[in-house]
Unconditional design. Structure first.
Length: 517
């Protein structure tokens, strides 16, 4: 790896330090945009559904399209920066993300919006790894690099925290389209500054070929899998269309395994790494937690707005206690896991999350936010905050030091893929539950007028929707519980003080930022 020179200490040092701070600012803005766009869409989902006519099952594509391309291409994006230049790839990712934001904000139909969200995910998969790489090659002195990584982590966490509130403000005061348009001036400004202040650098040594085939087959396979699942709200599971789509997904995912195991000279995901129980258990647990938590944020958003009648802005405020809970829990986990080992912290966190999700399964019409939504939401996010950092620590401890970054990337990929596949399954099950319940014969009050009939029907839809979301929370609780059981596979790693944990492994840990869908 070709590093930038250490900051000089002579007469030019103040100016050089100033430029380094500008570099840090620019890359943090890029990471802020990526994390912000995961959570900012959350509170705008009901407005998007009304405006573009999404069904209950298809609405999840607004979230899933981003998660699939981001998760499927994240490891490839990390390779691009070293191969083609860190600054160049940073600018490409930032430009792609900005253009996709324009397209999404202008979308007049469901297909355009979903395609724009998928393109945003591609941009994010290119941009996010480049931001971290630029920091590591720009700040070469250990203490300065640690401070820079701390700022980067704080900004990334702030993006996740600010997303729900920003989304509520923009949707309430302007339109849901501004949750995407807000990226445009920020992205353009960052591109202009980055071209001036960021020096180009490349990875040193032999240029390794990119495993494009692996990245494309796994992403296409996951898209086919999710599409096949979601389409079951319109065509039966046993139909030729569903069977054909799921068979295509199996073929593509099987091809990915073959490519990684036998064909790729430099595989995107070296399968030998999964011989480590720590790495395999960590990734399987993170898959479950991604599915459970993205489902929780998705359904809780719909419940607060469509059942309790919250505005987008009020919904944004309602998510703030969860933001605080996950931040506090992540801090606690960061102190505990290196001392007592990651496995017990993961298991306790997963059990708390499962309990919180089970608490949410008791939501209903006529309740206040404080009855179940607040306490269940805070407990589940606190539990996940406890689990996320120890999972990454377990994964990176199970591999060689120079593979810690790849192991951390695999954990982040598992979370995104778990979110996409899990949300597809949960949203389809909930939509089917709501549709079936609405079709049941009912004997209620006879409407005296058309207006009264509409009011009775609206109340019925609220009741059935709340029941459907509660059903989704109950399933999510089971998924989180499965994550706790899987975590028992992780071996009891040596208990070490924080100072003894390798710098490479700490730097590789993903940011435990709250990421509402």
């Amino acid at each position: 790896m070709t590093d930038a020179p250490s900051p000089p200490t002579g007469p030019g040092a103040p100016a050089r330090r100033h430029s380094l701070m500008v570099v840090l600012l620019v890359v943090c803005i890029g990471q802020f945009m990526v994390v912000l766009d995961v959570s900012v869409v959350n509170v705008a989902l009901p407005a998007i559904q009304r405006n573009l006519g999404f069904t209950e099952a298809n609405l999840q594509w607004v979230v899933t399209a981003y998660a699939l391309t981001f998760g499927g291409l994240l490891l490839l994006g990390g390779r691009l920066a070293d191969l083609f230049g860190r600054r160049r790839i940073f600018l490409v990712g930032l430009g792609l993300f900005t253009v996709a934001s324009i397209a999404g904000g202008l979308a007049q139909n469901q297909t355009t919006l979903v395609a724009a969200r998928a393109l945003q995910g591609v941009g994010g998969a290119i941009l996010s790894p480049a931001t971290l790489t630029i920091i590591t090659v720009t700040f070469t002195e250990n203490r300065a690099r640690a401070r820079a990584l701390g700022v980067w982590s704080a900004v990334a966490a702030g993006g996740g925290a600010a997303g729900a509130l920003f989304g509520g403000v923009l949707t309430d005061l302007l339109s849901w389209r501004w949750i995407l348009f807000i990226n445009v001036p920020i992205g353009i400004a960052a591109i202009v500054i980055a071209r001036v202040v960021i020096d180009e650098s490349h990875g040193s040594g032999e240029r390794q070929p990119l495993d494009v085939a692996g990245a494309l087959t796994v992403t296409a396979g996951l898209v086919a899998l999710v599409y096949g699942i979601v389409r079951t709200d319109q065509v039966p599971w046993g139909s030729a269309q569903t069977i054909g789509t799921l068979a295509l997904a199996a073929v593509l995912l099987g091809a990915f395994v073959l490519i990684e195991a036998r064909l790729a000279s430099h595989p995107l995901v070296p399968l030998r790494m999964f011989a480590s129980r720590a790495l395999s258990g960590a990734n399987a647990s993170m898959f479950c937690f991604g599915a459970a938590m993205f489902g929780m944020w998705f359904f809780l958003t719909l419940y607060l707005q469509q059942v309790l009648g919250f505005s987008p802005l009020t919904t944004g405020y309602a998510f703030l206690p969860q933001t605080a809970a996950i931040a506090v829990a992540a801090t606690v986990a960061g102190r505990l896991a290196p001392r007592i080992g990651p496995r017990p912290v993961i298991v306790v966190g997963a059990l708390l999350a499962a309990s919180g999700l089970f608490w949410l399964s008791f939501i209903g019409v006529g309740q206040s936010y404080w009855d179940n939504a607040f306490w269940g939401g805070v407990m589940s996010t606190f539990g996940m905050g406890l689990a996320f950092t120890p999972i990454a620590l377990a994964a990176t401890a199970g591999v060689r030091a120079h593979e810690a970054g790849l192991a951390s990337g695999l954990v982040n990929t598992a979370r995104q893929i778990g979110a996409a596949v899990g949300l597809a399954v949960l949203s389809t099950v909930v939509a089917d539950h709501i549709r079936t319940d609405l079709a049941l014969p009912r004997h209620g009050p006879v409407a005296a007028s058309a207006a009264q009939a509409r009011a009775i029907h609206a109340e019925l839809v609220k009741t059935v929707s709340a029941s459907g979301y509660a059903h989704g929370f109950a399933i999510a609780a089971g998924v989180a519980l499965a994550g706790a059981v899987i975590a028992l596979v992780i071996p009891a790693l040596p208990k070490r003080p924080v100072a003894a944990v390798g710098a490479e492994r700490l730097a590789a840990l993903p940011v435990p930022a709250p990421e509402p869908a």
